[in-house]
Design a protein around this ligand. Sequence first.
Ligand code: NAP
Length: 442
Amino acid sequence: MGRRLLLPHTRRLMLFLRPMRYSASATATATAGSLRDPLHVCVVGSGPAGFYTAEKMLKGREGVRVDIIDRLPTPFGLVRSGVAPDHPETKIVVNQFSRVAANPRCSFFGNVTLGSDLSLSELRKTYDVVVLAYGAESDRSFGIPGEDLRGIHSAREFVWWYNGHPDMCNLAPDLTNTDSAVVLGQGNVALDVARILLRCTTELASTDIADYALDALRSSTIRKVYLVGRRGPVQAACTAKELREILGNYKMCLKNVNVYIKEADLATSPADKEEMRNSRIKRRVYELLSKAATVHQENNDNDRKELHFVFFRKPTKFLPSEDGSTVGAMELEKTLLKDDGATGKQVAVGTGEFEELKCGIVLKSIGYKSLPIEGLSFDKYRGVVPNLRGRVLSSESETATVEPGLYVVGWLKRGPTGIVATNLHCAEETHTNRHVFGLWFV
Ligand code: NAP
């Protein structure tokens, strides 16, 4: 890999001095037989989706050459900056990606930003195929009052901070002005940040967490973390494996933490029971939360930190601290679940009853968001590039046409959901779908 990490100006020159191949429009009308070898592919983004796609392409057709570009100087995207440091087993996949990068037909070019260093149209003119795999590097927001107060961060920013991402190494979240943190959302990212806030720092010291983050966590005064969900325990977006790590009792589980769950929140409606009948994951998550509600309450050691699962609460306002310098509390509205009619999904509806939850830091963990780039169609509502099983479409409309030679994969294709391995199937679909790569790999 090292020999392919080139200096920025050399990289740029190489990219543009390379002999031009087919233009995108020429390839659209060419037949598979008339394509000149070697096919030259550019994958934009070096996270799991990008590397799985590169691997598929290199194996899929002899002679294909794949260039992977990334705006960061280092490869591996979300595996490097998104996976929690106490999940080393998830990072093992970089060995597989390193083998892909070591393929003589694959090159990695770091420090190249699509949209500023070069445009999408330049890239499409330079390569036969462009696959966009640049993920989701922004955040969903609430759009409620007080959201810009100091002490409020997105979970992505916090995760990038403790993972040493260059964009967030100066975030400096204040972990010393409070004993209480609120995490908004109950997905796996919310569990990750809660775990990192609560985990014993002697355990974190043996991980690859950024040194400055470890120092900050060592000085942290946070003793209580509130995980706030707008719906109930049946609808919690986390998965059983990740929950077990917090609630369970084996080696890598959280130690010295009391878990609090209100028994009243565990009451289930017929609709909840139906949801659990239809989903083994929901059933397991609910069972784990129910068990934790009874088991952990019995432990009254004062040295222990606290993790509170707060269900049926919708954030309505971020409130300032007394001196106004930072966030001081969340205003939450109690909710009820109602069938939304159209999708059959149970949605949270405010009851008009409000309460305050004091805190000195808030981490918003309600999902990542992809960003558009110039010259690319983008579905702002779903935060994805309109596509037909990976093949980029010219717009979201029914009359949209396929963009020749342009493909999408990963979170930019399907939205910010799924684990690292989900991208393997996603890359497989983009690569093997006959409609998608029929021209190239028949
Ligand atoms: P997520 O699973 O989609 O969870 C988002 C959470 O935010 C949900 O609890 C959701 O509640 C809540 N939410 C969304 N909009 C909201 C709003 N306006 N107000 C209040 N709450 C709102 O997203 P994520 O946690 O960012 O995770 C992204 C993906 O990465 C997931 O597929 C996850 O499994 C994966 N991941 C996996 C691991 C792992 O395997 N260890 C680790 C990290 C991430 P509703 O359900 O009510 O919308």
